[in-house]
Design a protein around this ligand. Sequence first.
Ligand code: NAD
Length: 478
Amino acid sequence: MSLTNTLLTTVLREAGREVSRKQFLTLAGRGLAVGVTAGALASCQEQSSSTPAGAAATPTTGTPAADVDAATTYTAPDGQKIPSSEAASPPAQVPADVEKPIKLEEWKSDVDPQSGPTPTPLPPDRRVGYALVGLGHLTLEELLPAFGECKKSKPVALVSGSPEKLKKVAAQYGIKPESCYSYENYEKLKDNPEVKAIYIVLPNSMHAEYVIRGAQTGKHILCEKPMATSPEECQAMIDACNKAKVKLMIAYRIQYEPYNRLVRDMIRDKKYGEVQYIQAQNSQSSANPDHWRHKKALAGGGALPDIGLYCLNTTRFLLGTEPTEVFAYSYSTPGNPLFKEVEEMMTFQLRFPNGIIADNITHYNTHDSRFYRVNTKRGWLHLNNAYAYQGQQLQTSHAEGKAKMENHITIPTKNQFAAEMDHFSACILDNKKPHTPGEEGLQDHRIMAAIYQSAREGRPVKLPAVQGTDVFRGPEPA
Ligand code: NAD
């Protein structure tokens, strides 16, 4: 029995055959279920009878309840007539342009955080279609579900070596059987007009090949981090995309994540004065020595390119400048099969202009720990779970007179993967350079090569000086 029917039965049993509207609503737990149903119905009726599709309707006025027909009743399952809810549509501004938000009637005071704007999803036929290459953890656990929160992106094709996975996942996400490909016939994506972008989600050493082959199909390419396994591969990937005149973006989700973006803005606005030094950590634990992450040929390295990269890339993103020197120390427990081929731990210091030091550690053999603290002249900003998929916690500290002010700041969250994919889609739709293009990935690989060299040689390694701010990044995401 539905909630509404249960409520009706209760109401009628309690109140006899004749119930007033007031009694009904009180007894029915304020009439929520009934009110919602009637409200939705009335608003559809209003829409279909007033504004023609696509026409501007700014602003609409509220529809008085009396106009909807307050006198109507509806029939309960046992034939009883129940007074209908007094449905009304409060004033709202409804721009005809789908990319402009509907502006609803305000009701919150400025004492509380404000809500909105309402989302502006593109209709499905205007969204950018993606082919996902590799159906592993990231694709199945994060990316495919994240399309549900996308406004400009949709999954339209899959590439995998497993026919069973292709069949099941395609059915789950409404992807046509003919839009499922193996690695061997990957190039056939060229002939699929629904595919506008290819998202490479394969082991690191396969990124270069699949980006280069993908670019040759004429589709735009979004590639997971780390971009590749060497600066040389990165350059070849950039060249292939330039030659094919397709866009290349590296999936640095943190640069699209609201808390990290807020910290960056506070730093750049010198909210608590100049940055003095940064401490960052990204660590986790693994247990399967046969996984590609523990094979040098497939992973390119261990903790550094997989998770230490977040400390490196995010620090560069926060400051906007580039390090001039690195100093690193690496360790792997002797005899541990997990770390026979790749490093277990890397600690690395980055020296930035103006004497700023970033002190980073990444570890493959500790409990999950992902945070950074930006120490400034007049305070600090600490982001816990900084590199996690969710759960960022921002704390700041500064002094006011005799008081030490420690604040917890909360802001609305966003699915990072949806934000990142929608940014790439917007770049394709508006023909813009991505905020995190191939050049951003190449710079990280130049620095990681210097970090490995420093750890190997036990001395600091200098990097070429780079003038300017955000020189490897494209325009800001909208
Ligand atoms: P995974 O092992 O779960 O999936 C990799 C998939 O690649 C496999 O399912 C398989 O289908 C395919 N594959 C093809 N050839 C393979 C081979 N020779 N060996 C192993 N797999 C092969 O890995 P994942 O965790 O999904 O990582 C994939 C990529 O995504 C990596 O580059 C990784 O760094 C990146 N990643 C990024 C994030 C992020 O937050 N942005 C998180 C996790 C992983």
